[in-house]
Design a binder for this molecule. Structure first.
Ligand code: CTP
Ligand code: MG
Length: 230
């Protein structure tokens, strides 16, 4: 089982002048939190981080210091889009890998249980496994003809990572997407779905939220404090 960690984004919405994966959370970069959890997941054998192209040395040092003798970690240069960053990570996986997870560095506090649930789903035969949580806000759809309509949120789910796939399925879906061109996708399951695969949902965790805006970083700090005092 290998995990590709897209970590090459600029973090424009978070701000602060550093790529998001390198922004500190309780004294350590987001990437370190994410990679440490993945390395501690019993199923995970190797990790590939797609880091910001101009800070690869920093990323290599960080993961080395964070993991020591943990699973093998490779660092590659990410691309212009998340999709390209994931593809760069997939490109260095060898044939012996049969399950690939893709996990956003920005979801730094995902619990290890979610990682294991996703791996189990792939092992059970799914083409794509996606952790989800319920929608807690009321949601409205803006209509093309003007106005808006409330959407029944009971039927909606929020998509998280890690998402899991048989390696050959994800590699094939990325290859197909690269040839097709167009707007890059914001997650990997959609690429597998476009290639004809079925998406299986499993229970995610509210702790797996994506750190996007400054308030999310504050929430993540609070969550770590709460975990530390349990
Ligand atoms: N990502 C990546 N390569 C890119 C863009 C994004 O590896 N070219 C990664 C990010 O590092 C992050 C994940 O994809 O771990 C989800 O992206 P997002 O939350 O949008 O992060 P950023 O693109 O860094 O943030 P922003 O969109 O605010 O600039
Ligand atoms: Mg982005």
């Amino acid at each position: 089982v290998a995990v590709v960690v897209p970590a090459a984004g600029r973090g424009e919405r978070l701000g602060g002048g550093l790529p998001k994966a390198l922004r500190p959370l309780a004294g350590e970069p987001l990437l370190v939190h994410a990679v440490r959890t993945l390395a501690g997941a019993p199923s995970v054998d190797r990790i590939v981080v797609a880091g910001p192209r101009d800070q690869l040395d920093v990323v290599v040092d960080l993961v080395r210091h964070a993991l020591g003798d943990g699973p093998a970690v490779t660092v590659v240069a990410g691309g212009e889009s998340r999709q390209e960053s994931v593809a760069a990570g997939l490109a260095v996986l060898d044939e012996s890998v049969d399950v690939v997870l893709v996990h956003d560095a920005a979801r730094a506090l995902v619990p290890v249980e979610v990682v294991e649930r996703v791996v189990a789903g792939v092992r059970a035969g799914a083409d794509a496994v996606v952790p989800v949580v319920d929608v807690t806000d009321t949601v409205r759809r803006v209509l093309a003809e003007g106005g808006s309509a409330v959407v029944d949120r009971a039927g909606l789910r929020i998509v998280q990572t890690p998402q899991g796939f048989p390696r050959h399925v994800l590699v094939g879906a990325h290859e197909r997407a690269r040839r097709a061109g167009g707007e890059p996708a914001t997650d990997d399951a959609v690429l597998v779905e476009r290639a004809g695969g079925r998406v299986t949902l499993v229970e995610g965790s509210t702790d797996g939220f994506k750190i996007t805006h400054p308030a999310d970083l504050a929430a993540a700090e609070a969550l770590l404090t709460a975990r530390g005092s349990q």
